[in-house]
Design a protein around this ligand. Structure first.
Ligand code: ZN
Length: 241
């Protein structure tokens, strides 16, 4: 099976469409989404519906939760808070209902999906380094834990003694080891590379590869500005920050 792993789309339809277009030639059998489908970008409904169309297995992110009123937005910065309020008003009854059904974690085959980290999924903690990866690996019941939230792609691997950070973009998966894989962000990358980030997992080779794809950043920015969303949310897209 070949899996496409998408995370942190954040209502950026231009980025999502570009990724989906590239995936056509990748013979994908199953789509996973690690949350934050909405928030920041100008097309939250369209992004959610695109994922539903391909029957993606989706877990909830903090922005999805915030739009439902399930998370205190006093924790968010000004731009994120404005985006939550704007997004909530864009979503119809059906979309809100779809968001409401998203679980915090999901398990399928060798994979466990979570937005932040696995120890306390409801806290949406950031998993940035090997030390934080250990906590998720300890509680993960499958070989692979898929995470998002940081908007920075990363692969960690553990032999049950220590955790290593692996240099990608493509790595061979060792059946004796366990992994935490962050596919990066489709709609708002923050590692200095503005291209949309996602991952492809092939369980026959078996390999995982972080992929980057260019998209129409300018169009996404124009839509954000036209919607009256904070200008910072538009500008950061071309910086990948
Ligand atoms: Zn996010």
């Amino acid at each position: 099976m070949r899996y496409a792993v998408l995370s942190d789309i954040h209502g950026n339809l231009e980025a999502l469409n570009s990724v989906m277009e590239h995936l056509i030639s990748e013979r994908i059998d199953r789509y996973f989404c690690l949350g934050d489908v909405v928030g920041y970008g100008a097309n939250p409904s369209e992004c959610l519906n695109r994922l539903i169309e391909v029957e993606a297995l989706i877990v909830a992110g903090n922005h999805d939760y915030a739009c439902l009123g399930k998370l205190q937005i006093s924790w968010f910065n000004d731009a994120a808070r404005a985006a939550v309020t704007w997004t909530r008003n864009q979503l119809g009854f059906t979309e809100l209902d779809s968001l409401r059904r998203l679980p915090l974690t999901a398990t399928e085959g060798a994979f466990t999906l979570v937005h932040g980290s696995l120890k306390y999924p409801q806290r949406f903690e950031y998993l940035h380094d090997a030390a934080q990866a250990i906590d998720s690996i300890r509680v993960c019941r499958t070989q692979i834990c898929l995470v998002g939230h940081t908007h920075v792609p990363a692969i960690f691997s553990s032999d049950n003694n220590k955790v290593d950070y692996l240099e990608g973009p493509k790595i061979r998966v060792d059946s004796e080891r366990r992994y935490v894989i962050n596919s990066g962000s489709v709609g708002q990358p923050r590692d200095g590379d503005p291209r949309a980030s996602y991952a492809i997992y092939d369980d026959e080779e078996p390999t995982v590869e972080i992929k980057r794809v260019e998209y129409d950043v300018k169009k996404a920015q124009e839509k954000i500005l036209r919607a009256g969303l904070p200008a910072r949310l538009a500008y950061r897209l071309s910086e990948g920050r």
